[in-house]
Design a binder for this molecule. Structure first.
Ligand SMILES: [Zn+2]
Length: 188
């Protein structure tokens, strides 16, 4: 009875897919503690830690354990996320965007603007030395890559078509950022 087998196959396939998706959603202990570490960052602590540039170095395995596959692809493999449908493209709350890799304060919401590029864009980093610039000649283009100055993870690129006062556009990947709200600390 082929139809019966089809039904059984369908049930088995569904069960397999469900178990796969729940497995990929379950977080490793390292990823959980990394997320916990990011959640502990307050607006005040981010403001006062923005001058701490002590380097953070991790092995590829350690990064993989801490980050989701998309975060790992962007931060550690210089990837670019899909425009417009990412987390912070249309996000305009008051606060600080810190590095998803190490919690280093990178951008203040005061410098965020709508570039219509589909990626979160800022006209300046929170401090000049919060990020590192690096020449990027990949994909037959001549661009300036932006890295976190603390863990040297890839964040995005900077272009010279931004608004005043700097004329710069720091085009970042949401997957490389973690937002720390200013309001949350005021409520505490
Ligand atoms: Zn970092």
């Amino acid at each position: 009875m082929p139809r019966k087998y089809q039904l059984i196959n369908c049930i088995l396939l569904s069960a397999f897919l469900i178990s796969c998706s729940s497995e990929s959603q379950s977080q490793s202990p390292d990823r959980e503690s990394h997320q916990h570490f990011l959640n502990q960052i307050t607006y005040q602590s981010a403001m006062s830690n923005s001058s701490d540039h002590k380097k953070i170095e991790r092995t590829e395995e350690e990064w993989k354990n801490r980050l989701s596959s998309e975060e790992f692809r962007v931060l550690r493999k210089h990837g670019t996320e899909v425009p417009f449908v990412n987390k912070y493209n249309s996000h305009y709350e008051d606060g600080i965007y810190v590095c998803k890799g190490c919690g280093h304060p990178l951008f203040h919401s005061e410098t965020k603007f709508n570039s219509r590029s589909g990626w979160p864009s800022y006209w300046a980093p929170i401090k000049e030395d919060a990020v590192i610039e690096k020449e990027d000649r990949s994909y037959f283009m001549n661009r300036t890559e932006i890295l976190c100055s603390k863990c040297e993870s890839h964040l995005g690129h900077v272009f010279d078509d931004g608004p005043e006062p700097t004329g710069l556009r720091y085009c970042m990947n949401s997957a490389a950022l973690h937002f720390v709200s200013k309001d949350e600390t005021e409520d505490d």
